[in-house]
Structure formats: C-alpha cells, structure tokens
Design a protein around this ligand. Structure first.
Ligand code: ADP
Length: 150
C-alpha cells in the first residue's frame, strides 16, 4: 500500500488543497490529511471545524482519511505508516520553504516529499485570503472544495 500524508494547517482547507489531494490519488493508494495542531498557534477555524470541512469534501472518497496531529510531521507520517509527504507549490515564494522542510524530513527519517505544482486556476487561492474575506463578511464558497458548507 502506497500511503502519503498531506500535512498542513488548513485554516481553512481550500479548493487549492482539494485539487492537490485529488491529483495525489492517481499516485497513492491512500492519502491521510494531517491537520497540524499547535495550541499556541492562533487559528480562525477550530480543529473540529477544520476536520468537518475536510470530511465533507471527501465524504465519498474512502481513500482519503483525515486526522489532527500535534507532533513533528515526520513522526505523524511514521505513526500512520506513510512513506511519502505530499505538498503543493504555488510560487517561488513557497519553494524555499518547501525545500528546507523536505530536506530536513529526508535527513531525519528518509521520508520522500512529493510536490505537485498548483493548477494555474488555483494559484491565487490561499487560506490567508480566505480568512481575510471572512473577516470582512464576504462569501468564500468559491474558495472551498465542492460540496462543502461552512
Ligand atoms: P502550512 O501551514 O503547512 O503551509 P497550509 O495549510 O498553508 O499549511 O498548506 C498546506 C500545503 O498546501 C502546502 O504545501 C501549501 O503550499 C499547499 N497549498 C496551499 N494553497 C495551495 C493552492 N492554492 N494550490 C496548491 N497547493 C496549495
């Protein structure tokens, strides 16, 4: 079984994240979405709300699981017996950050990171912009995966 984790903060999970997971399903048998959970990090959505959005998005996809974790990402990967970390890349801005983390994870445990470039139609989608829109009372349904209601 080829299993990957897709770790992130997902505050909230967007259609950009959704697209990366959907495309990842052509490479992996199972993807475990890991919601990184850090009590000292302030988020707009609670862990329950973030789990709920992802569960709604993948209600009909048994190959996608979701779990919250409060540990190093590589330890989370080991705990669910995953050999790969899946990540998405939008811009050169994301690149240095992703490479540093991927290198560290590889050195620590030998785990490989697989990066997919975002589809251009989603390159401007970010959780940060979604949160800003919510703060100013705007509708974010076009930022969310299909079939998700918040
Ligand atoms: P983190 O706090 O770990 O960066 P995020 O929830 O912001 O977590 O993102 C998780 C992953 O999804 C990261 O690899 C990020 O680059 C990727 N990602 C975020 N938005 C998009 C998007 N619109 N298209 C493709 N990948 C994305």
């Amino acid at each position: 079984m080829r299993r990957a984790i897709f770790p992130g903060t997902f505050d909230p999970f967007t259609i950009g994240h959704y697209s990366i997971v959907q495309r990842g399903l052509s490479m992996f048998d199972e993807i475990v979405i890991g919601i990184g959970f850090n009590l000292s990090k302030k988020t707009l959505f609670t862990i329950e709300q973030r789990l709920d959005i992802i569960q709604q998005a993948f209600a009909n996809e048994p190959r996608v699981k979701v779990q919250a974790y409060n540990s190093l990402t590589v330890d989370f990967a080991t705990s669910v017996d995953a050999g790969f970390v899946l990540r998405g890349l939008r811009s050169v801005g994301d690149f240095e950050y992703e490479r540093t983390i991927a290198d560290a994870n590889k050195k620590l445990t030998g785990i490989e990171t697989v990066i997919l470039f975002t589809e251009s139609e989603y390159s401007f989608i970010s959780s940060t912009v979604a949160r800003d829109l919510i703060t100013y009372g705007k509708d974010i349904s076009s930022f969310l995966p299909p079939n998700v209601k918040i």
